[in-house]
Ligand binder design. Sequence first.
Ligand code: ADP
Length: 206
Amino acid sequence: MTENIVWHHQKVTRADRAAPKNQSPCLLWFTGLSGSGKSTIANALDVALYDRGYHTFLLDGDNVRHGLNKDLGFSDDDRIENIRRIGEVSKLFTDAGLIVLSAFISPFTSDRRLVRNLFPAGEFIEVFMDTPLETCERRDPKGLYEKARAGKIKHFTGIDSPYEVPERPEVRLDTSTMSVEECVERLIRYLLDRQLIFSPPQSLQR
Ligand code: ADP
């Protein structure tokens, strides 16, 4: 179907777009159990980067499921297609020169690998939220564990559906022992060390 579609090489490259932003485009892929802190940390990092003048975009489960992927359910095929589209959208945003933060449980290694393979080496940063299930379940921010334990939600990750632990994540965070600020600091340090962000511009006070 795509055989007659020719990729147009754009005159303004992704590097051109990123350079004035003092950053190099990349995707931070937050993965972990429900309640492990993906959204909280991704949002806090988004704020911290924005305040320092960097250009970011945050994608998370709900905003994508309500729009782009509202035609998809939770069958195996739809779940794979959900992640594939998120990966492709993340890629487009990095092509625009942005630092993209994506927060999805993404429990299966094969799905995460599929997204990783869309990116050049070093641009896909797997952030494994290694928060113990007991902590996630105690927090139960959306009341989902309670429902899953009561059998009202089937195939709930961590309860009756597996979470495949990343083997070599670029960053590992356990929010049962690290504060939000510590997690954000660790991620900013990672981005600075890998030269994905450069000498932070003057902080813009909110
Ligand atoms: P997820 O996106 O992985 O489902 P959320 O970020 O929605 O997780 O929920 C994590 C919950 O844990 C939030 O209610 C948050 O306030 C709470 N929490 C407590 N301590 C921390 C911490 N150190 N880091 C992140 N979240 C924390």
